[in-house]
Structures are given as structure tokens and as C-alpha cells.
Design a protein. Structure first.
Length: 220
């Protein structure tokens, strides 16, 4: 199995909705950041890859037909070269709306991945360093990084191989681009801000219940 679709859009641009849509069209399973979070060996692999600059793509995407979201979108050019028959989808939304969404979800205080001393923490900090000057809260730097990335994708990937896609457009442009019939069901709508916040709170609660007791402070 090899990748047929590469997602070049940043997180919070409808990547979960796109993942579900691709799987509905028979192009799954679709690899996404949640796979990295849930699989510690995936996270460790990406953290090592960022440091060395090389990745065994066939190994990391074994069993997947498509891939979207971070950290995939940071390697869209390498992936497009490695999988020359794959099509590239750049998910987009209004830049200011995207920024506000990041501050309420992936870069908010309820999500502490940025501070974690772990492979997934390294990945998030690497994203901030590459695109946003090491910060995750500066509106100007984030919006400029978002626009710069999108412009780079559009100038790098040939037009016939690239779809710039707002998930609000629904099935028609996506299916036309992929040569797939339009499903007789609504386009997936998932991972809204409220859904993200609720799911994150549940994950934090589950983590607190399952984690071992904190180590006692040493006496002096």
C-alpha cells in the first residue's frame, strides 16, 4: 500500500473532516496527528526524523492510503517526491479564523503538549520553531507563518496535482479532483472547537486516572 493523498494543510483547517471524507471515499485509513499522539513509537519516530532530516516514509505510512494534518504537512514536498502518483490537498480557511481556532484548541491552555518533555512535545515545539518563530500565541507570527506555508505549497506543487480545498465546499470539488463519485450523505463535519475542548478534557481526565501517583518530594 502507498499514499494516494497527501494533506499539505495545517492543523485546524478541517483536517479531521478531510480524513473522514477520504476514508468514506475508500482512501483510508488516513494518517493524522491523533495517530502520532496515541502511538508513542510514531511520536518518537517523527521527533527523531525532525532532528536527522530523514524519514523511512514507507515504514511510517505502512497500512495507510492517505495522510493529513501535522506533522505530515511539514513534509509535503518530500512526500510528493517520494509518492509521485499521490495527489496533494491544501486545506485552507480564513487566516484570522484559523488563528482564533488554534488559540482555543491545539495551542490553548487546556492542551499542554507544547510544554511536555516528550517526543510529542518535541514535535509541537518543532512546528512552532519552523513556522512561528518559536511561539504559539503571537497573532502576527502565526498568521504570517500560515500564509507563508500556503503560498509555498501553491508555488511548489504543480497546479494539476494540487487541490486548494475549504471543507465548507463539500464533496463536489474533492470528488472531482480525486475522480470519485459523490457519496449520498453529508460531508463530514468534525472536530469543532467545542468538540476538541470536550475530547481534550476527557483525555486529560483519563490520563490522570491511569497515571501513577506523583513521586513524593525528597526530604532535606
Amino acid at each position: 500500500m502507498t499514499l494516494s493523498v497527501i494533506g499539505a494543510g495545517f492543523g485546524r483547517t478541517g483536517t479531521l473532516s478531510l480524513k473522514l471524507a477520504l476514508e468514506e471515499l475508500g482512501l483510508g485509513p488516513c494518517y493524522r496527528m491523533m495517530d502520532v499522539i496515541l502511538q508513542s513509537d510514531f511520536a518518537a519516530h517523527w521527533a527523531r526524523a525532525a532532528k536527522r532530516g530523514t524519514v523511512d516514509w514507507d515504514k511510517i505510512f505502512a497500512g495507510y492510503q492517505s495522510a493529513v494534518d501535522w506533522p505530515v504537512c511539514d513534509y509535503y514536498q518530500e512526500l510528493a517526491e517520494w509518492y509521485p502518483d499521490a495527489k496533494v490537498i491544501l486545506t485552507v480557511r480564513d487566516a484570522d479564523v484559523w488563528f482564533a481556532s488554534t488559540q482555543n484548541t491545539i495551542f490553548s491552555s487546556i492542551n499542554n503538549l507544547f510544554e511536555q518533555q516528550s517526543p510529542i512535545g518535541e514535535i509541537i515545539r518543532g512546528i512552532a520553531n519552523r513556522h512561528f518563530g518559536g511561539t504559539i500565541h503571537d497573532r502576527f507570527l502565526l498568521v504570517e507563518g500560515y500564509k507563508r506555508h500556503n503560498a509555498e505549497v501553491k508555488s511548489t506543487i504543480p497546479a494539476q496535482r494540487l487541490l486548494q480545498f475549504d471543507v465548507a465546499e463539500g464533496w463536489d470539488p474533492l470528488c472531482e479532483f480525486l475522480g470519485k463519485p459523490v457519496p449520498d450523505k453529508p460531508f463530514p463535519s468534525a472536530n469543532s472547537t467545542s468538540e476538541f475542548q470536550q475530547r481534550t478534557a476527557q483525555l486529560i481526565e483519563q490520563s490522570a486516572v491511569s497515571s501513577p501517583q506523583r513521586r513524593a518530594k525528597p526530604t532535606t
